[in-house]
Design a binder for this molecule. Structure first.
Ligand SMILES: C[S@@+](CC[C@H](N)C(=O)[O-])C[C@H]1O[C@@H](n2cnc3c(N)ncnc32)[C@H](O)[C@@H]1O
Length: 333
């Protein structure tokens, strides 16, 4: 059954626009076009041009209407935000005034059962935003139970990962997983059915599979580094995240990039660090206010962090310093 797609309501929109200001005449990259909510608001707010990117081909085809409506001011590119520096250099030919990332899945992806992201509506166990590579079913049907358990633990922070992995392995001995509800009910057989007012028991496992299948954390790190390269001095990078693994990466990235000196010990002077590439202002992270939470429950876990680019040279990211959890198929940690 195909459920009707609800429109995607952009999260923290006013706060994102404020963090990107000034918009007038500027060139902006929207690395996560989705339904184009941010892109439209940036263009309506006076930006000269937006280069919007999405890895999902269905977002690109649906977005052609938006491209047509903005009369040459919007370039919509099918690609990954990890390559936003190359995409924006090819398209705009110069450093940009702002980059925005709204990490995660869109309501269109979640609500279309056939995309396989939902544990509520039955669909093929897919979860690939770009429709390419390993699907969630490939992972669930072929990974060793040990790897599955580790994946659920690392990317879903699922405490019952061993028990769930064993239940998956037991079921697939007789029947492979092909549908989202088969996996959701296997997880419920371990954790119990959803209770009123509590998170669905499959939430963490589905999150873990989605992050792995789409390489989401590596994409995020590469996008932060790419944005640092793409921005002009004074340009702004604004990032909205929806869970702690992503927020931790963004938080540590800005902390690392805005640090003026590393603290030495009592016996050692402060250590020299490379010059800061971003300035971070104000109270961060920014959460949704009461009014938005009432209108859009999806905003509940959203966090916005932003930074202002300095003129210091861009540099590579230290993956470990960003607190990125490690999962390697067949690995021991
Ligand atoms: C939360 S939605 C963005 C919604 C958008 N801000 C709006 O207002 O309509 C996230 C979008 O980012 C896309 N996306 C996720 N990871 C991506 C990546 N690595 N590269 C490019 N697009 C990605 C998804 O396909 C999805 O359409």
């Amino acid at each position: 059954m195909t459920t009707l797609a609800a429109p995607h309501i952009p999260v923290l929109l006013a706060e994102v626009l404020a963090s990107l200001k000034p918009l007038e005449g500027g060139v902006f990259v929207d690395g996560t076009f989705g339904a184009g909510g941010y892109t439209r608001a940036i263009l309506d707010g006076g930006a000269g041009r937006v280069i919007a990117i999405d890895r999902d081909p269905t977002a690109i085809s649906a977005g052609q209407e938006v491209v047509a409506a903005y009369d040459g001011r919007l370039s919509l590119v099918h690609g990954r935000f990890s390559e936003l520096d190359a995409i924006s250099a090819d398209t705009a030919g110069a450093p940009v005034d702002g980059v925005v990332l709204d990490i995660g899945v869109s309501s269109m992806q979640l609500d279309r059962a056939e995309r396989g992201f939902s544990f509520r509506a039955d669909g093929p166990l897919d979860m690939r935003m770009g429709l390419d590579g390993l699907s969630a079913a490939d992972v669930v049907n072929t990974f060793e139970p040990r790897d599955l358990a580790r994946l659920l633990w690392v990317y879903g922070e699922e405490k019952q990962s061993n028990r769930i992995a064993r239940a998956i392995a037991a079921r697939r001995e007789t029947q492979s997983f092909t549908r989202t509800l088969e996996l959701a009910s296997t997880i419920e057989s371990v954790l119990g059915a959803k209770r009123f007012g509590e998170m669905h028991p499959a939430t963490r496992s589905f999150q873990a599979l989605r992050i792995f299948v789409n390489g989401e954390l590596d994409e995020l790190i590469a996008a932060l580094v790419a944005a640092e390269k793409a921005l002009k001095p004074g340009g702004r990078l604004s990032v909205v995240t929806f869970h702690s693994l992503e927020d931790r990466i963004v938080k540590r990235f800005f902390a690392d990039r805005s640090r003026e000196r590393a603290q030495g010990s009592r016996h050692q002077p402060d250590l020299a660090v490379p010059p800061p590439t971003f300035r971070v202002e104000g109270r961060q992270p920014i959460d949704a206010g009461e009014a938005e939470l009432g209108a859009n429950p999806r905003a509940r876990s959203a966090k916005l962090r932003f930074g202002i680019r300095t003129d210091a040279p861009a540099r590579d990211a230290d993956r470990d310093a960003l607190g990125v959890p490690r999962f390697v198929v067949g690995g021991t940690r």
